[in-house]
Ligand binder design. Structure first.
Ligand code: F58
Length: 831
């Protein structure tokens, strides 16, 4: 640390590297173009210009970054460590310009060089290092930690291939590999000197050391090296610049050379390839699947590197290991990093020689666990056989944690072996498995759900036994999203209007948006509000034309559902409504319904056939509706391919209606719902996840509610739900299903959608049909509200005005105060 401090002090203040004026930026870009890209303006490609600008921006972050790292060295500072297998950070250039407050200067500098900043922003690849909400949440939290000046490190995996690119071919999803590193990544600093070794396989051996202590050593069959790849996370208009530290796997020379020495050169090369495979690819699932050895290896790899790094930082501070929980808070983003509980115990007991109880106290004071799902089938477990083969020493430690834990359960709640079995870290039924959620609960001092309803249901269902044993551990932190990326950056026209209406402070203090409330009654303001929305819709219409080849009318209501495709999210309920409107209009072309443009976006897990069929159905309906002259000017349907952070940015600002229609009790929180609300969309939704709180904040009159409650869902299923009865009782629904099954949307192919329709009629596990009638009735209310633009605009303004709660800054403050005991430490650059 002393060395790093010296470096910070010595960091030269060269205006070419640090100046924030347009002129300084222009010189910096030319400088980097020549000396980093080895190019000249006359020959430079768009990529060269993008990279030269990106490096110039990164230069401007570096002094802040070094000064922020210095803060970690101070003895009293607690660092929030966010452990997550996914960080869906999105494109960096625009966001960093915004954080530094130099968008205008950069635009001017590039204009002077004959370049358009917007064209350069388009060049940046999406770093798709996550699947969906969970990964994006991690990125929003990193943004807020920096904005709030809380020292923080995000720890994860530097995947070479992120989430696949989605193409639509003949209406079907086709996956293409994502080559996000093809043109290099200007934001990343690889630090080969920051590396750790991670063991795998082999066996363990007990022994007695010189001091007579019982010890265990792990004799692994292989080791992998983890190298730190750092990305700066700039705080919005503050000097703090935190670190996202992602680990890349490399081969360990010594291991390969063992093979080499016995003459097996190809074996050595093969070992190298295997080691590098570890961080090669992100698993593209939105549900964990069983038995993927590589995935468990990835989890252990990044967790072990991260904990070794934290211990190393502790040593650099010269602090004793007993102070670890005072200096680090580690948040487990779902169970993917839950193996950290066993790994910290291993590091403390085997390597730092701490007695078990002391190590356990440190461990439980360090970790806290966030759960993101109630779906029992989505709770992660690993086969014992796989686990013990890959990680024999962590497995032993889990057995020991379990033995002590179950003794405690038996002592505190005697005579309840059923409970003991349910709470055990090992599931003994069927094939024996390690239960990661149980490990996370036992090893953490705090457990939270991600919305009020979800946290309640967690305590009543999947984690009920743990909540009964340790009620004090359980808490709720409702998710939040960053208003920087999702309003200020994505919706600049709205941002300007908000600046003018309530002052620019809303970006970091969105409670100020409440100041919009009186303006909802101001006709002139409503007119301006509509003009912003209209311009945003025109922009999205352009993107839909370019990407999906579909022409949509910006005057129509933009009714949007974007998120991963999943049966519980019920994109097919939305489709059933569209088919119903289509039928009504076919029957009566003069029917007075609001003109609507339905927009969908989202990826399906490659192996999830039903989700892929839902995409095919959306595209089949789009094909028929969009080419039917009766529907012209009334209905349009568009599926925008390759939904990701970058493509999402123009979507939220253009939405009139936000579709949040999951089966109540299934969506833990949702975060897209919050992004829509901030951008002035009105929600149609069930009482699920954070929708409940969105409705509370917006006011029931500014939210379109339908559907069964979580409790009614449970009751309906318990009473022996028969979806066929629902179909028989509803002529419109029957007609819609018949049309789908009859091949209308599959060019006459009556087999294509049969699995989907049969599943709905005979099983319907997510109560799509049970909620259909109420959904359609609610959509009719939406249509009639749309016919009164003044009323609609008022609702839209009030949604933005009351969205302040859903800023990730509020969520991070709650984590800091209630879970991490972490606080802001302002950075003074150059000191
Ligand atoms: C999501 N989970 C929840 N999982 O579904 C959503 O309700 C919530 O708002 C969000 O987390 C943030 O709390 C989610 O995105 C994944 O993508 C995992 C990826 C790895 C495999 C398991 C699912």
């Amino acid at each position: 640390m002393a060395k790093e401090r010296a470096q910070a002090a010595a960091l030269p203040r060269d205006p070419i590297r640090t100046g924030l004026s347009a002129e300084a930026l222009q010189r910096a870009v030319l400088d980097n173009l020549a000396y980093v890209q080895g190019s000249l303006p006359a020959y430079a490609t768009k990529h060269d210009w993008y990279l030269a600008l990106a490096h110039s921006v990164r230069d401007r972050l570096l002094a802040r970054w070094v000064a922020s790292v210095e803060v970690f060295a101070r003895s009293e500072v607690k660092v929030a460590c966010y452990l997550s297998a996914e960080f869906l950070i999105g494109p960096q250039l625009g966001n960093n310009l915004l954080a530094l407050g130099i968008e205008n200067e950069a635009r001017e500098a590039m204009r002077a060089l004959g370049r358009d900043l917007d064209r350069l922003l388009e060049v940046e690849e999406e770093p798709g290092l996550g699947n969906g909400g969970l990964g994006r949440l991690a990125a929003c939290y990193m943004d807020s930690l920096a904005a709030l000046e809380v020292p923080a490190i995000g720890y994860g995996i530097r995947y070479e291939f992120g989430i696949f690119d989605q193409q639509i071919v003949d209406g079907w999803q086709v996956e293409r590999t994502d080559k996000w590193l093809e043109h290099g990544n200007p934001w990343e600093i690889v630090r080969p000197q920051v590396h750790y070794y991670v063991s795998f396989g082999g066996r363990t051996e007990a022994w007695i050391d010189e001091a007579g202590r019982y010890r265990v050593r792990w004799l692994p069959s292989g080791q992998v090296k983890g190298v730190a790849c750092d990305t700066p996370v700039a705080g919005y208009r503050v000097p703090t610049c935190n670190t996202l530290r992602l680990w890349k796997s490399e081969a360990v020379e010594s291991f390969d050379f063992q093979d080499f020495n016995v003459g097996d050169y190809y074996g050595a090369v093969q070992a190298k390839v295997v080691s590098e495979t570890l961080s090669k690819v992100l698993y593209p699932n939105d549900e964990p699947e069983i038995g993927k050895r590589l995935r468990l290896a990835q989890q252990y790899f990044f967790v072990s590197c991260s904990l070794q790094d934290m211990l190393h930082l502790l040593d650099l501070k010269g602090e004793p290991v007993a102070r670890f929980p005072n200096l680090f808070a580690a948040q487990l983003n779902d169970t993917h990093p839950a193996i950290a509980v066993a790994e910290l115990m291993r590091l403390l007991v085997d390597e730092r020689l701490l007695p078990w109880d002391e190590a356990w106290d440190i461990t439980t004071r360090t970790f806290a666990y966030t759960n993101h799902t109630l779906l029992p089938e989505a709770l992660e477990t690993w086969s014992l056989e796989l686990f013990s083969n890959l990680l024999p020493r962590p497995m032993q430690i889990i057995y020991e944690i379990n033995r002590r834990f179950l003794d405690e359960v038996r002592a505190r709640l005697p005579g309840d072996e059923g409970r003991v079995q349910r709470m055990s870290l090992i599931d003994e039924a069927g094939g024996r498995r390690v239960r990661m959620a149980n490990l996370a609960c036992v090893g953490s001092h705090a457990v939270n759900g991600v919305a009020a309803l979800h946290s309640e249901l967690l305590k009543q269902t999947v984690l009920a036994d743990f909540a009964a044993l340790w009620p004090h551990k359980f808490d709720n932190v409702t998710n939040g999203v960053t208003p920087r990326r999702f309003v200020a950056l994505s919706n600049p026209d709205l941002a300007r209007l908000l600046d003018e209406a309530v002052g620019p402070g809303w970006v970091t203090d969105p409670a100020r948006l409440r100041g919009l409330e009186p303006l909802a009654d101001d006709a002139a303001f409503r007119e301006r509000w509509r003009a912003v929305k209209r311009a945003n819709k025109e922009r999205l219409a352009g993107a839909i034309r370019d990407q999906a080849g579909i022409v949509v009318d910006p005057a129509a209501m933009f009714d949007i559902q974007v998120k991963r495709i999943h049966e519980y999210k019920r994109q097919h309920l939305n489709v059933l409504h569209i088919v119903t409107l289509y039928q009504r209009l076919r029957r009566d072309p003069d029917l007075p319904v609001a003109a609507r443009c339905f927009v969908f976006g989202g990826k399906a897990a490659p192996g999830y056939h039903m989700a892929k069929l839902i995409i095919r159905l959306i595209n089949g309906v789009a094909e028929v509706v969009n080419s039917d002259p009766v529907m012209a000017g009334r209905l349009k349907v568009a599926f925008v391919p390759d939904y990701n952070v970058r493509n999402a940015q123009p979507v939220y600002p253009a939405a009139d209606l936000s579709e949040q229609i999951s089966t109540a009790g299934k969506e833990a929180s949702g975060t897209g719902n919050m992004k829509f609300m901030m951008n002035g969309a009105v929600t149609i939704g069930t009482l699920d996840g954070a929708n409940v709180e969105i409705r509370e904040e917006a006011g029931a009159e500014n939210f379109f509610l339908f559907g069964l409650t979580a409790e009614q869902v449970r009751e309906t299923q318990a009473a022996g739900y028969r979806p066929a009865d629902v179909v028989n009782a509803n002529a419109e629904l029957r007609e819609a299903l018949d049309l789908i099954a009859g091949g209308r949307f599959s060019r006459g192919d009556i087999g294509m959608f049969r699995p989907l329709v049969e599943n709905l009629v005979h099983h319907d596990p997510f109560l799509v049909l049970a909620d259909y009638a109420d959904y359609v009735a609610c959509q009719d209310r939406v249509s009639s509200a749309w016919t009164d633009p003044e009323r609609w605009t008022r609702m839209s303004i009030l949604n933005t005005a009351r969205s302040g709660k859903f800023s990730s800054d509020r969520a991070i403050r709650e984590y800091c105060e209630r879970i991490w005991a972490a606080r802001a430490v302002p950075v003074e650059p150059g000191k």
